[in-house]
Design a protein around this ligand. Sequence first.
Ligand code: FMN
Length: 190
Amino acid sequence: MNRIGPNVFVPPMPVALVGAIVEGKPNFMTVGWVTRVNFKPPMMAVVLNKGHYTPKGIMEHGTFSICFPPIAMEELADYCGVVSGRSVDKSKLFDIFYGDTETAPMIMDCPLNIECRLAQTIDLPTNTIYIGEVVESYCKPGCLTDGVPDITKINPLLLTMPDNRYWSIGEMAGRAFKDGLNIKEKLHGK
Ligand SMILES: Cc1cc2nc3c(=O)[nH]c(=O)nc-3n(C[C@H](O)[C@H](O)[C@H](O)COP(=O)(O)O)c2cc1C
């Protein structure tokens, strides 16, 4: 094993656009650090550097969105990660819709959108974790299979760091909570 140092990342990460209304206008920033953090109620967390513009809106309205762009939106998604709403108006880039909270802007062209109400923040040295309770999630009808988001139809944009590259998904590799049962049975019996 090679030691590669502590500055390491989860490979790969889904790319998300985190949306909030800042100073009266929808704003979106690109985020790779996003995850589900609670089972019941469903909660999501996004990890944002201090000093970005989007957190201002999250704190003002207590709401935010997590929108997952498809590969086709790669350039737009990257753009939202290299310019700040503080100096550039990002409100007209997308066809936007709103859910029950009315203050979490979501993106029509994103196959999966998650609407969150801010539940908690955790302050870390350079970043703040914004934890939101999921109010609702929205999936394009063409991206569902049996009522569940289908990754082959969503075609999500993936990211690796620190090499800063975007990727698409590969082949399905197995079934979760099932394929380990063979070993379990061999080692521990039925
Ligand atoms: C691929 C990519 C991933 C990023 N991931 C994060 C992230 O997880 N957290 C973060 O705070 N900034 C992240 N950024 C940087 C912000 O998106 C960027 O600074 C953005 O301009 C902030 O926008 P705002 O000032 O309008 O909020 C990422 C940028 C890119 C291009």
